[in-house]
Design a protein around this ligand. Structure first.
Ligand SMILES: [Zn+2]
Length: 208
């Protein structure tokens, strides 16, 4: 069941440890009405594809020996309402710095168009709850963004597959760093809607 997706989870799980030291964060990849997700409570290099939990869009575990991440509601919420093939959730340092300030990431660099025209920030709710999932999905839908900061918590990012979701996560983490560093030295200007539209057109024609 979801053999290819479960292998992808084991391949990409170690990137969570690169993004944030320790065992925080989780990721998943979808096929149809099910998704393979990182298990909870084990090191990111400490499980095999057969251990990887497979979960349906109601949050029920349908395969795998290990319990899935505590953030299953956020994953099911995103897959049910948004166009996403994979999800990465991390407490990476620079995105989380912006998140604890309760601020969104504005379009100060053209690369933000990899995920949208801004990265909104969702209000705080306890981790793993339906409340948090709803806040996040609402913000992503409103902003038409593939990424969302979670106040006092971290970041969630989607992509059409796991490779894209991981790539997008590194883009957002880097932009949060650049934005916060730039603010130490001045006030960065935002790109205009016209400028962002032109970049979106270039990405569609030539790629990044
Ligand atoms: Zn978290």
């Amino acid at each position: 069941m979801l053999a290819r997706e479960r292998v992808a989870v084991t391949e990409y799980a170690p990137t969570l440890a690169e993004l944030t030291p320790g065992r925080t964060g989780n990721l998943s990849v979808r096929r149809g009405d099910q998704f393979a997700a990182t298990p909870t409570g084990v090191p990111y290099d400490g499980f095999d594809p057969a251990d990887v939990p497979v979960v349906d869009l109601d949050g029920e575990v349908v395969a795998g020996e290990m319990a899935p991440t505590s953030e299953v509601p956020m994953h099911t919420g995103i897959y049910r309402r948004l166009d996403a093939g994979a999800i990465v959730h991390t407490h990476s340092t620079w995105a989380t710095t912006l998140a604890v300030l309760g601020e969104e990431l504005p379009p100060v660099h053209y690369m933000i168009t990899a995920v949208g025209r801004r990265v909104p920030v969702a209000g705080y709710a306890p981790y793993g709850t339906d409340d948090l999932a709803e806040l996040v999905v609402d913000e992503m839908a409103d902003a038409d963004s593939r990424a969302c900061l979670l106040a006092h918590h971290g970041l969630v990012v989607t992509g059409e597959d796991l490779a894209a979701a991981v790539e997008n996560t590194y883009v957002v983490e880097n932009l949060c760093r650049v934005y916060l560093q730039a603010r130490q030295h001045g006030t960065p200007d935002e790109l205009s809607a016209e400028q962002l539209a032109a970049v979106e057109e270039q990405f569609e024609s030539y790629g990044q």
